[in-house]
Design a protein around this ligand. Structure first.
Ligand code: UPG
Length: 463
């Protein structure tokens, strides 16, 4: 087939957790809007309730998308204390050989296969055997991708040095490197060491970022300055939150409450889909919010994995005294449930975001123009927090607060940091600028839109 008008068939394979699933579904929606035929491979069962709800909403909104279930083999390294999302990465990796019969029988034949960054080693032989152009969606920043692709070379020396330099970004100090990557026995480090050298075997890398905010880093990557023979790295973001399927829940009460607050007055507090802080730290946050004197909407998570029958009452985690104080001061709302973050960030009452700096949250804040107070807790989040400061200037982060659980961050420190964010006009101005640039990148003729368009044209030609 060589017609340029033929339908392009793209298969997508996400990995575990909302932080990985959400960008895949947003990419799938973009491809549908560009008239591609999309097959979404869904590893089953999912870990969290939020993932299964999002998938069912997605398939109702996009009935034209072909769903293929990948029935997972049990994980090999299951222990009671292991992170359930890492166990799921492992289970998906161990089940990837099952993809060959699923993919090779697809009709029309695939023009492209996009899979999660955590699946490189096991998917590579399958994609190569089928002979389809294949790409990873790296669900973090270009700076983090630099770190990922250089990690094997740097791994030995990092342990004995203070850090290393990412072109166009910053010097990454050793304390920003997630502790699991410095632990020679950690699954996460093994995955990095095994997968990273294989990036040169891909046909390309997709990123949920945009050229205007990470241009030097993207240029350095694409000029081969970091890794020889690296395939093209394509910035396709920011991926737009999709009104067609993302209303996971009603988010009724928080939105009603926001409607009653003055413009720009509320700090939104949420640490992503999989962070459950210790209860003493949660209480310090509550104390800090009250001390700041600002209005707040706080989405609290009691468990790493959300379940359908989760306890929604707050007293158990916050303590009755703090709950009563919050009610008495009448300045904040606390919920212990999944909210529709996109609707909250888009609300005119929201003037700041106290975030763990998961990459999706950072891109959403950029898209909606909301300044960030970053408290990076794990993984790529310190690098993402530094992005907010050095690439967009639309926020700040506290470098001495440490990783999750490293030390108890006191309410006083939290209150001061909130005041610093919410009282600084320049953060709002910068956030507004980033929002304009983000929206331009994805509009017709914008850098990310052009990049996606070019890819689809390439796939059409190569069919
Ligand atoms: N979200 C909601 N409602 C909630 C909580 C979260 O809609 O109540 C959404 C949020 O809008 C975002 C996603 O869930 O789209 C969460 O993603 P992210 O902000 O990236 O955080 P994590 O869930 O923690 O993401 C994991 C890693 C993070 C990494 C990211 C992408 O923890 O460090 O950057 O995956 O690889």
């Amino acid at each position: 087939m060589s017609s340029s008008s033929c339908v392009v068939h793209v298969a997508l394979l996400p990995s575990a957790g909302m932080g990985h699933l959400t960008p895949f579904l947003r990419l799938a929606a973009m491809l549908c809007h560009h008239h591609c035929h999309v097959t979404l491979i869904t590893p089953k069962p999912t870990v969290s309730n939020a993932e299964s709800m999002l998938l069912s909403k997605f398939f109702s909104a996009f009935p034209q998308v072909n769903q293929l279930n990948l029935h997972l083999l049990p994980s090999s390294s299951g222990t009671a204390n292991a992170d359930p999302f890492f166990l799921q990465f492992d289970a998906i990796r161990r089940s990837c050989h099952l993809l060959h019969p699923l993919l090779s029988s697809l009709s029309p034949p695939l023009a492209s296969f996009v899979y999660d960054m955590t699946l490189i080693s096991p998917v590579l032989p399958v994609a190569t055997a089928i002979g389809v152009p294949h790409y990873i969606l790296f669900t973090s920043s270009a700076s983090m991708f630099c770190f990922f692709s250089c990690f094997p070379n740097a791994a030995e020396s990092i342990c004995d040095s203070d850090g290393f330099d990412i072109p166009g970004f910053s010097y990454v100090s050793k304390s920003w490197i997630p502790p699991q990557l410095l632990d020679i026995n950690a699954i996460f480090r093994k995955l990095f060491l095994e997968d990273s050298p294989k990036v040169t075997k891909l046909d390309g890398v997709f990123l949920n970022t945009f050229e205007e905010v990470e241009s030097k880093t993207l240029k350095a990557l694409n000029a081969g300055e970091l890794v020889k023979d690296l395939p093209p790295v394509h910035a396709l973001g920011p991926f737009v939150p999709c009104y067609e399927f993302e209303g996971l829940c009603e988010t009724g009460e928080p939105l009603k409450w926001l409607d009653e607050q003055p413009d720009g007055s509320v700090l939104y507090v949420c640490f992503g889909s999989r962070t459950a802080l210790e209860s003493n730290q949660i209480r310090e946050i509550g104390d800090g919010l009250l001390r700041s004197g600002f209005r707040f909407l706080w989405v609290m998570k009691g468990n790493k994995v959300d379940t359908e029958d989760e306890e929604k009452r707050l007293e158990g985690v916050l303590g009755i005294e703090l709950v009563e104080k919050i009610i008495k001061e009448n300045k904040g709302m606390v919920v212990k449930e999944w909210v529709d973050q996109r609707q909250i960030l888009d609300h005119s009452a929201v003037g700041g975001f106290f975030s763990h700096c998961g990459w999706n949250s950072v891109m959403e804040a950029a898209f909606y123009g909301v300044p960030i107070l970053g408290w990076p807790l794990a993984g790529d989040q310190k690098i993402n927090a530094e992005f907010v400061v050095s690439n967009g200037g639309f926020g700040t982060w506290k470098k001495d607060w440490g990783w999750e659980g490293e030390r108890l961050v006191r309410g006083e420190e939290i209150g001061d940091a909130i005041k610093e964010l919410m009282s600084n006009e320049s953060f709002f101005a910068k956030a507004e600028q980033v929002k304009m640039v983000a929206r331009k990148a994805i509009s017709i003729g914008g850098s990310s839109e052009i990049n996606l368009h070019k890819l689809i044209e390439e796939w059409k030609k190569s069919q």
